[in-house]
Design a protein. Structure first.
Length: 239
């Protein structure tokens, strides 16, 4: 399987957050160390700024770790698909040209068309009721997630589908949400397919092919890190 890599948004965020973490914690500790040399209001101001810097640094470190877990999860999913045959192409972190929408974790181009994959590196217990997603707390309560996994995936799928229309490419687009192994899922009427990482490869190879098998190499130019090719046409499956 060929892999086309785009610049990962998370990598840029991690560089920023890592720098902020070092600057915040390091600067705060340094200022705290010399705060004793000040007196009166100077001491109070130094202590205040020191604690503020440390808090900002810790917050940036948490953000860094969160993005790092996400990046590691995407890499792990891609690794499980390496054995797919040459009729498949993986595209990582694709951003639809001309939009401000965030990148799509993973696209799989193959005989069934395009599969949009949303990777979630969550651990613990998660569930959904339709498009409403939640995390289960140790006390048995449910805390709603700030962002719906299924709505995010459907937005990404819609964005890719519109991009194909703009490129005059009639290619079927499917979507799936993928969680890390070991996560506990309690799903009630999910609006998108939801899998764990270890079952994704089998899901992909068992997708029904398009009426004329879509050759990944034919649609590859649309997702290369360059100006997209317009005017590509492929048959869309009958409904």
């Amino acid at each position: 399987m060929k892999v086309i890599r785009h610049a990962r948004h998370a990598d840029r965020i991690m560089r920023i957050e890592g720098t902020l973490a070092v600057a915040g914690v390091g600067g705060g500790v340094l200022l705290w160390a010399i705060a004793g040399h000040f007196g009166g209001y100077g001491l109070a101001a130094a202590a205040f700024l020191s604690l503020g810097g440390i808090q900002s640094g810790v917050r940036a470190l948490r953000n860094y770790n969160r993005y790092q877990r996400g990046a590691e999860g995407e890499d792990a999913v891609l690794s499980t698909l390496r054995s797919l045959p040459d009729s498949y192409i993986a595209v990582t972190n694709f951003v639809v040209p001309g939009t401000r929408q965030g990148d799509t974790d993973l696209l799989i181009l193959g005989p069934a068309g395009i599969l949009v994959v949303e990777v979630k590196s969550y651990s613990g217990r998660y569930g959904c009721h339709g498009d409403a997603w939640f995390v289960a707390q140790p006390d048995g309560t449910q805390r709603p997630l700030r962002s719906s996994v299924s709505r995010q995936l459907k937005r990404n799928r819609k964005s890719i589908a519109h991009y194909l229309v703009d490129c005059e490419a009639t290619v079927p687009v499917n979507a799936v949400a993928v969680f890390r192994p070991g996560v506990s899922l309690d799903l009630t009427q999910p609006t998108v397919p939801v899998l764990t990482q270890d079952s994704l490869r089998g899901y992909i190879v068992n997708l029904a092919p398009a009426p004329r098998s879509a050759l990944a190499s034919e649609i590859e130019p649309l997702f290369a890190p360059c100006t997209p090719v317009r005017g590509l046409r492929m048959p869309v499956p009958s409904r």
